[in-house]
Design a binder for this molecule. Sequence first.
Ligand code: HPA
Length: 275
Amino acid sequence: MNDYLKNINEAIDFIKKKGINNIDIGMILGSGLGKIAEKIQIKIKISYKEIPNFPVSTVKEHSGNLIYGTVGDKHVVFFQGRLHLYEGYSAKEVGFPVRILQKLGGKLLIVSNSAGGVNPGLKKGDIVVIKDHINMMGENPLVGKNIKEFGTRFPIMHDAYNKNLLKKVKVIAKNKNIKLKEGVYLGLKGPSLETDAEYRMVEILGGDMVGMSTVPEVITAVHGGLDVLGFSIITNKFDGMSKNEADFNDVLRVANKAGDVLSNLVLKLIKNLTY
Ligand code: HPA
């Protein structure tokens, strides 16, 4: 058997033995949203380190836990702490949590990230629902032999971010008086931030925001037939950026503040879905 598939099956066996099964929705928590897990009824929490073959995060800002709980009547698994290409993981490894979600029966992946705003209409602290992405990371999680059990060789990426969910979340945001913008996320590998010319390039190419995550997970999810919904929190602006502003502590501070609002929006949405 393919090693990747074998590794995932071993992880799944372990997770199921811990009592996690039949998941409806999974969420990968980027900067700012880590605390959403505190707002739900946690049933089981497993450190990534305990899960066989789970690639373990090295960036200390992100704690690594798989959290299982309920939101309303939905069974949800949260991946608290994500894997990044810039840490040295392969795109397949970054997609590992998504495969776990797929194998547990998940139908929807929700992703969140922090991103730099390049569209002049975006401000620091804005919450943006992702309507599409541009993969400029130079990698793709589906490279190599296709595993049919997961999906087809050439998955169609049209409508990668589910349009109905986009509409739904916009209505909920409006009702809750939450300002929600909409934009295209352009993924670069990082970890260095963009030069001025690169930020301009992102805008010219059609990116409203730029970041170093999300794309591998979304491609993996679409391959696996999952619906996807994604959010960015704008933590810094290209035009107003000074060296201080780009400092990671500030990115985290802005992300945490907006993350609280986004958490409430996402929880409300999950309760309203019919998965
Ligand atoms: N560029 C890339 N990734 C980021 C940024 C940025 O400006 N801000 C937060 N993540």
